[in-house]
Design a protein around this ligand. Structure first.
Ligand SMILES: [Zn+2]
Length: 82
């Protein structure tokens, strides 16, 4: 009983979240796991990941618009609090 409680209290996976490099969906700013992203696209040699195919469609309609917005937000994302 005591052994099972360690690290399993809330039924979360044992892998610390911070170890996984998360990509940010440039359309809705959601964090997306590159391993399981439902949609991705390559634009100007850079791979972008999306939380849903709909976000990819929106990005491909006007990639420059979303990339400009992503650049602005980057400074804040860098020191995201836990
Ligand atoms: Zn999205």
């Amino acid at each position: 009983m005591l052994v099972n409680k360690i690290g399993r209290a809330c039924g979360r996976p044992e892998i610390p979240v911070e170890v996984i490099a998360m990509a940010v969906d440039p359309v809705c700013k959601m964090e997306v796991d590159p391993e399981t992203a439902p949609a991705k696209t390559v634009y100007k040699g850079q791979t972008y990941y999306f939380c849903a195919p709909g976000c990819k469609v929106a990005f491909e309609k006007d990639p420059e618009k979303y990339l400009r917005e992503a650049e602005k937000a980057e400074g804040h994302q860098a020191h995201r609090a836990h």
